[in-house]
Write a protein that binds this ligand. Structure first.
Ligand SMILES: NC(=O)c1ccc[n+]([C@@H]2O[C@H](COP(=O)([O-])OP(=O)(O)OC[C@H]3O[C@@H](n4cnc5c(N)ncnc54)[C@H](O)[C@@H]3O)[C@@H](O)[C@H]2O)c1
Length: 254
């Protein structure tokens, strides 16, 4: 308890249950953060915020399409108006367009990169500005994937977006290190969420062959990633920036 006491956090894509964003929102609130939960699914985000408040935590929800710069400005202004600062941003919202290269359309490619990569730029840029205003540093956690580290079949567009998130984060981390604004990436492997369910339906053969590549032999739970996010968000990680952290049952160790 209290590992994020007094900190103000924004987590995007926090509506899905089971999802990495909602699990992270609950963990952060349990550890004392005031959590802003955003999602394009405004009702879903409100349900998570309400559940956090019912459990005794502090949370507020925002309808927020992460591909919209106007939405980013509105959400950041609301947080600034309420607290005057932001300590933690988790760029978690994402979609998975998993198609073999021959089936991938230009529309798929643009949508995938708009939701997973451009959004991370929109959010990181604004969070750096907010953290600079207070001069107290902060933690930006950008959710990538093992597909941003390894070649995974039928993942070209998704991999490009997640690889972009990885190296963009390192560049910003170096740029903001002296200001103690830490920027790290988390790379989940196969975690049991709604996205993984969609991926399974979309591309069952690929899904089975990918699970077979997990040395532990089973899918992770959302809290496995939420706990990594919690560590990186907390002051326990005060000397850690520009890093990439796998939560993958050993997938990338092979
Ligand atoms: N689950 C896994 O195995 C896994 C593996 C690697 C990486 N990831 C990454 O983790 C993150 C969370 O994934 P998840 O498994 O919880 O997925 P999920 O599908 O369960 O949840 C994603 C959430 O993002 C929201 N979202 C999608 N597009 C949005 C937009 N334009 N604006 C705002 N919100 C939007 C959805 O409404 C949903 O609530 C994603 O970035 C994903 O790529 C997940």
């Amino acid at each position: 308890m209290g590992r994020l006491k007094g900190k103000i956090a924004l987590i995007t894509g926090g509506a899905s249950v089971p999802g990495l964003g909602s699990a992270t929102a609950h963990r952060f609130a349990q550890e004392g953060a005031f959590v802003h939960v955003s999602d394009r699914d405004a009702a879903g985000a409100e349900a998570i915020a309400a559940a956090i408040r019912e459990a005794g935590g502090q949370a507020e929800a925002h309808g927020h399409d992460v591909t919209s710069e106007a939405d980013w400005d509105r959400v950041m202004a609301a947080i600034d108006g309420r607290h005057g600062r932001l300590d933690i941003l988790v760029n978690n919202a994402g979609i998975a367009v998993l198609r073999p290269i021959a089936d991938l359309t230009t529309e798929d490619w643009k949508l995938q990169n708009d939701v997973n990569l451009n959004s991370v730029y929109y959010g990181t840029r604004r969070a750096v500005a907010a953290m600079r205003k207070t001069g107290k540093g902060g933690s930006i956690i950008n959710i990538s994937s093992v597909a941003g580290l390894l070649g995974v079949p039928a993942c070209g567009a998704y991999a490009a977006s997640k690889g972009g998130v990885r190296i963009f984060s390192k560049a910003v981390a170096v740029e903001t290190a002296r200001e103690l604004i830490r920027v790290n990436t988390v790379h989940p492997g196969m975690i049991l969420t709604n996205m993984q369910g969609v991926a399974q339906e979309d591309n069952a053969a690929n899904y089975d062959s990918t699970v077979a590549l997990v040395p532990m032999g089973f899918l992770g739970e959302p809290d496995d990633v939420a706990n990594m996010n919690l560590f990186l968000a907390s002051d326990e990680a005060k000397y850690i920036t520009g890093g990439e952290f796998v939560v993958d049952g050993g997938m990338t160790a092979q």
